[in-house]
Design a binder for this molecule. Sequence first.
Ligand code: FAD
Length: 471
Amino acid sequence: MEPRWTEILKEELGEKMVHTSDVEMQDYSSNSAFRGNMPEAVVYVTNTEAVSKVLKIANLYKVPVTPRGMGTGLSGGDIPVHGGIILDMCQWPSEVIVNPEDLIVSVSPSVLTSEVHAEAERYGLMYPPDPSSSNISTIGGNLAENAGGPRGLKYGVTKDYVLGLEVVTPEGEVMRTGGSTIKNVTGIDLTKLIVGSEGILGVITSATLKLIPKPASSQTVMAAFPTMEMAGNAVSTTLTSGILPAKMEFIDKECAQAVEQYAPQGLPTNVEAIVLAELDGHPSTVKEESIALSTIMEKLGGTFVSIPHTKEEAVNMWKARKLVSPAIAVIKPTKASEDATVPRSQIPAMMASLSNIRDKYNISLVVFGHLGDGNLHPNILCDENDQEELERVEMAIEEIFNSALELGGTLSGEHGIGTMKAPFLEKELGTVGVDMMKRIKQAWDPNNIMNPGKVFFDQGQRLILSRHLEK
Ligand SMILES: Cc1cc2nc3c(=O)[nH]c(=O)nc-3n(C[C@H](O)[C@H](O)[C@H](O)COP(=O)(O)OP(=O)(O)OC[C@H]3O[C@@H](n4cnc5c(N)ncnc54)[C@H](O)[C@@H]3O)c2cc1C
């Protein structure tokens, strides 16, 4: 028999919006990276009032609620730990309204990031945050994770572009934070508190985002380096030379080899690191800077240094970078994507640690990421059905986190804590830091219904890759 709360949800929202079949529950218990526990109901919401009704019922019956956008998150945030309700935000009608005079855009939570990019560009404007998943992730998910992306180097991350939010609190009340102005220092900044809170403090139902003028031109520069140290030096030297590229990405040898096997793009496969940079701005500045940047690359040992002559050539170079994820995903059935981030000066040391970890645990570990801001993506490729391998992978993941912290870095540059990194939170923040965060959570969500088991590690929960969330 179904619990009473599902009957009430159906009465309040309509039968069509509340699903409880085993097949659907199975579907929502996993995403491309994680397999977790089954929810008891999936509720489609298409407006703020519906979210408010769901949360009021959930709060009354103390039922866990897990918001879900497109399920592309890489830390397990959208997978239920304690059953309950999945709040599917993706049926919500897409709404992107640009106000070019104020350089702002209002969006509904289900809008894909790439739709915001496209709509802003129609007005000669730009929405800078550009997670590589922009075609498949929602703005609601980006806000909840404080998503970054390649352009983070010059332009920052999602939180830097959020002016105001509409949020439904765990008790079902509708609240507005911030507003539509660039400057706003009224009261405590609840907008910043919500952005990056991974769905544990409420549900984001609308956002007002800041836009900037779209740079008039851009130019890509690519170079290959025989060692990681040389690539790291090239980044530091560039950034201290007065040049600030919009993007400075890198892929390691294993990633380049994977791309060339998957869909050949002409990448060199015998070098340790390929650096791909993009400059943007006024055409004459971009031209000068691209020459200066390639000179720096060459002086510091870069080979295959190239400046594409056409837009198409540049697009192809970036396509190679975008192909890394799908290319490595076919190597083994399971992919654990990390985003340990270190101060830029520690990139070579972190790469050396990753190499040691690869050998020590005999695992398939490849690395790519946002080199310019120290945000590395070590990806471990394994088979979740191979218990022995999985145990080695879990130990390797723990060691990756430890290495990043020892080098003055952080557990996550952009993917969030979710379930994956929850057991390690205290190592980075200390007991007082975690305790203060827990107190905020307790004040916002006294019944702990919003996305429980995420960010804070629950008793009995185990570090998971893609298997069981509870023992
Ligand atoms: C190929 C690939 C490339 C990627 N590249 C990047 C990258 O460059 N940079 C980057 O930062 N990330 C990247 N990601 C990770 C992921 O795409 C982002 O974290 C994205 O923001 C998740 O959006 P989503 O709609 O899929 O959210 P989901 O995965 O569905 O949810 C993510 C979290 O947000 C919560 N949530 C979702 N919607 C709401 C809402 N409306 N209100 C409150 N909470 C909500 C969920 O509960 C969950 O905790 C990548 C992922 C893939 C698969």
